[in-house]
Design a protein around this ligand. Structure first.
Ligand code: SAH
Ligand code: DHB
Ligand code: MG
Length: 223
């Protein structure tokens, strides 16, 4: 059995045993696929992991950068109380539209809001609204801007908030210091920023599964 097949089977095993799935989530993936969105959402077990992180944080406010069809959004928004709020930033209007419908079907339209535009344009507008600090920030958009997104996350959080970055391993390409791939350059810059920042304490965890070999970085805001 190949490594990838084995990882897939283990993901399937945990997903089914732990019921990390339901009709609204399955429908979100189905409709995202039908609308031609790329199949790059977090996996079910990763979505549940994000939900648990939000719960451990006691999150009331969550910021997501990179919505796609709203699959990760649904997982995290379900961790919020009724008066909680999730803001998700998405560049592609079609993705945002599919996500809004998926969120409505999941009954989350009053909690989760998708804002269309380049995140580096939406973030200053969001900051101008003086929002309550976000307890969790999930960064999962154009990886080239990852360091900028961590900087924005620092401006929009509080001591004790958690910042999570998706896709920091990319099959191991992250270790290539000479890479000119914008995604790798951007993610390496984010890791350096986390490593050297006095207000952040971070780590990174490698993952395998139905999305291959990748990983998350996580950083707690210290002050
Ligand atoms: N978080 C989603 C997956 C996001 S995929 C999930 O796990 O379900 C990455 C998304 O980021 C894509 O929808 C892409 O259109 C969006 N994106 C790319 N560049 C962006 C930018 N500059 N600002 C905001 N979103 C962007
Ligand atoms: C890609 C983006 C993601 O956010 C992800 O989780 C996997 C793949 C991509 O752009 O290829
Ligand atoms: Mg991702």
């Amino acid at each position: 059995m190949s490594g990838a097949q084995l990882w897939n089977d283990v993901d399937d095993y945990f997903s089914s045993q732990l019921s990390t799935d339901d009709e609204a989530l399955r429908a979100a993936l189905r409709d995202s696929g039908a609308a031609g969105l790329p199949p790059i959402s977090v996996t079910a077990t990763q979505g549940k992991f994000l939900q648990l992180l939000a719960q451990v944080q006691g999150a009331r406010n969550i910021l997501e950068i990179g919505t796609l069809g709203g699959y990760s959004t649904i997982w995290m928004a379900r961790a919020l109380p009724e008066d909680g709020r999730l803001v998700s930033l998405e560049y592609n209007a079609k993705h945002a539209d599919v996500a809004a419908r998926n969120l409505a079907r999941a009954g989350l339209e009053r909690i989760a809001e998708v804002r269309v535009g380049a995140a580096l344009e939406s973030l200053p507008k969001l900051a101008d609204e003086n929002p309550a600090p976000f307890d969790l920030v999930f960064i999962d958009a154009d990886k080239a801007n990852n360091a900028h997104y961590v900087e924005w996350a620092l401006r929009l959080t509080r001591a004790g908030s958690l910042i999570v970055l998706d896709n920091v391993v990319r099959g191991g390409r992250i270790t290539d210091a000479r890479s000119t791939e914008p995604d790798i350059v951007g993610t390496r810059a984010a890791i350096e920023l986390i490593a050297g920042h006095p207000r952040l304490s971070g780590t990174a965890i490698q993952t395998v599964g139905s999305k291959g070999y990748d990983g998350f970085a996580m950083a707690r805001v210290l002050a």
